[in-house]
Design a protein around this ligand. Structure first.
Ligand code: GLV
Ligand code: MN
Ligand code: MN
Length: 411
């Protein structure tokens, strides 16, 4: 155990205390008190390391290590600190504290980068609060439109615009704070794999070549709220069995062979009024569909929407289909991927080229800036759950690889 191991564990364990569900995994909704505490811890660590700290209008934090020539395009690294409901300690956090420690390693080795190295903490990578992920990186790449500020809402009906305003931010500026691609030459994100490919193969490092993209849909089905005892079966307009049909359909469509790489999940169901003796008046559900093949994903979603229409027509129900996000899969930068491979060889770390099934800020940033990702193994492939675990041994390998790569591309 050396100082780097100890510091990594200290950061991760400290950040894990900022949760609204102590003892039941990490829950850190964007713009919550816990999210603010986690961000302020990172800002403090950035300052201790001598970085200049900035925060933008959507809550992205940038810690800048000034290079010899500030005119040269910057190199960015980082990830996120918000967490889903009852998630783990490592998702996002490893890339943030990994970036911090990679910069510390380079400083301690006397490295002076030619260009600025920026450690970024992107706001709201998780879709938990607003139904769409990667808000911070979307803002930086011009992927948030004026109307999105009002149509993306949380469970309390608060729009992104309202939440930003109540956090002292200026939502209009979010639309104009884009990254200048001429001023950022590269983004590299270190992250846990969140699956079990690396562990099963006994390989410590994954180098990502492409990222599957999500579509995030919100479906609302309205029926007629009535008494569960006194309403005969043939007089009901019950949205619940319709929702059940949709849920099974999501599973069937993603195993039917339309696409060999798609996955589909209904992770959230909200029943109104939600009482055992009341036929619901409304059921809302989320549909998350991912694929590395955008055309197949679009075909699948069209098929699903058509079937929802048939189901609701047959059951005499009304419905609303709201697509919060529909992203395209991303391809990682070939040139830097080659550099990462060379660095892994130099460090004697076996690696695997692999796609990412989870999405990341690198998927969004890659629209404007050459982007790459380094993965470290997840124990039993578990993530978005309290049991999420990656050993410090692997995290440190990821950090060493990130540091060496940053050193090479900023030399
Ligand atoms: C990111 O958290 C994802 O859902 O892939
Ligand atoms: Mn996540
Ligand atoms: Mn993540």
């Amino acid at each position: 155990m050396n100082f780097l191991h100890l510091r990594v564990e200290e950061h991760i364990n400290h950040l894990a205390t900022f949760t609204s569900t102590p003892g039941h995994g990490v829950t850190r909704l964007v713009y919550s008190e816990e999210d603010r505490q986690a961000k302020s811890y990172i800002k403090q660590e950035m300052r201790k390391l001598g970085l200049d700290v900035e925060e933008d209008e959507i809550g992205n934090i940038m810690g800048i290590w000034h290079g010899k020539n500030p005119e040269l395009p910057q190199v960015w690294t980082g990830s996120h600190v918000d967490a889903p409901l009852h998630g783990g300690k490592y998702d996002g956090v490893v890339g943030v504290i990994g970036g911090l420690e990679a910069i510390r390693i380079l400083k301690e080795r006397g490295v002076q980068p030619k260009c600025d190295v920026v450690l970024a903490v992107f706001s709201s990578e998780e879709p938990t609060r607003f139904g769409v992920g990667c808000l911070g990186s979307r803002a930086l790449t011009g992927m948030i439109r004026e109307e999105d500020l009002d149509r993306w809402c949380d469970d309390h009906g608060q729009s992104l615009r309202q939440v930003l305003e109540s956090n002292g931010k200026q939502p209009e500026k979010v639309l104009r704070q884009q990254i200048n691609p001429a001023k950022v030459k590269q983004f590299i994100e270190l992250h846990i794999e969140q699956g079990d490919v690396l562990e099963n193969k006994g390989i410590p490092i994954g180098i990502v070549d492409r990222i599957a993209a999500p579509s995030e849909i919100q479906l609302t089905i309205w029926g007629e709220q009535r008494h569960a005892g006194s309403t005969p079966m043939d007089l009901r307009k019950d949205p619940m069995p319709a929702a059940a049909e949709v849920i099974l359909l999501v599973e069937r469509l993603n195993t039917s062979g339309i696409s060999s790489s798609s996955v589909g999940t209904v992770g959230k169901l909200h029943v109104t009024p939600g009482a055992s003796n009341v036929i619901p008046g409304m059921v809302e559900l989320t549909v998350d569909i991912r694929d590395v093949d955008k055309a197949k994903k679009d075909e699948l979603i069209m098929e699903l929407e058509k079937s929802v229409n048939d189901i609701c027509e047959r059951r005499d129900l009304s419905w609303k289909w709201k697509i919060n996000g529909n992203d395209s899969p991303a391809v990682m930068d070939v040139e830097t991927l080659h550099v990462i491979k060379q660095c892994a060889k130099e460090l004697n770390y076996p690696y695997l080229l692999m796609p990412s099934g989870a999405y990341h800020d690198a998927m969004i940033l890659s629209r404007k800036v050459p982007s790459n990702m380094i993965f470290v193994p997840s124990q039993d492939g578990i993530s978005h759950a309290p049991e999420e675990f990656t050993s410090t041994f692997y995290i440190v390998k990821g950090i060493e690889l990130l540091a060496l790569t940053l050193q090479k591309i900023t030399a």
